[in-house]
Design a protein around this ligand. Structure first.
Ligand code: DX5
Ligand code: ZN
Length: 213
């Protein structure tokens, strides 16, 4: 797999999300990452499914919907219908992880499991066949612009040894020109503040891609 760079719309200018999305697409983004926060699993509240469906019309790029919400099951249909291509749920927020992943697959979407920095990863061993993406958090979820937590590096390589080669391992949080190169075993990277905080999105995306090798 060639490395994918996935800008997080959380760090885009909220007064011009559509323009920002098209700018990162033109700058070489491989997917768009939507951080959905419910004010409960994490403190912040961000985007609802209407925001996703409105932007769906602007691009054919993959939409990854990262649900940082309690009780994700009650939101799956809305985000599936809104045009998500992949729906990623948190292992910590699911009482019935296996069932929730199966529901995502039944909507015809790629299913992903996100792991917070302190969460062990053993659960993946018992869910083979019903997930396509693993999201290793490089920070505790809730906001952009945090510092990368170094223990994530070991977790990425451990995960690479456990999951089948076709499963995409994505790292989310704290990714910069310096940290991206530490993440051996990852296939894709989410980046919020590094890309949207730069004044040249193409250069930022290309730098992440080059430094990840
Ligand atoms: C964190 C979110 C991330 C965040 C990444 O809760 O899941 O996607 O937007 O932002 P940076 O790249 O700034 O750490
Ligand atoms: Zn995210």
């Amino acid at each position: 797999m060639s490395i994918k760079i996935c800008p997080s719309m959380l760090s885009a200018d909220p007064t011009k999300l559509g323009r920002e999305l098209m700018d990162v697409e033109n700058a070489g983004a491989n997917a768009i990452h939507w951080d959905i926060m419910d004010g409960n699993f994490v403190e912040a509240i961000t985007f609802g499914s209407r925001v996703i469906s409105a932007h769906r019309k602007l691009t054919a790029l993959r939409f990854d919907v990262h649900l940082m919400v309690r009780n994700p099951d009650s939101h799956l249909e809305n985000f599936a219908m809104a045009g998500a291509d992949a729906i990623i749920i948190h292992a910590e927020a699911c009482d019935h992880l296996h069932r929730t992943l199966s529901r995502i697959k039944n909507f015809g979407k790629k299913a992903g499991i996100a792991f917070n920095p302190a969460t062990p990863i053993d659960a993946v061993k018992y869910c083979f066949g019903i997930f396509d993406v693993i999201l290793i958090m490089g920070v505790n979820p809730g906001s952009s612009g945090q510092t990368f937590i170094e223990s994530s590096v070991k977790k990425i390589s451990e995960m690479r040894q456990i999951v089948p080669a076709h499963v995409e391992i994505c790292v989310d949080g704290g990714i910069t020109a310096e940290t991206v190169g530490k993440c051996a075993g990852a296939d894709s990277f989410v980046s919020g503040s590094y890309i949207f905080g730069s004044n040249n999105y193409s250069l930022a995306i290309e730098t992440l891609r080059i430094n990840s090798r």
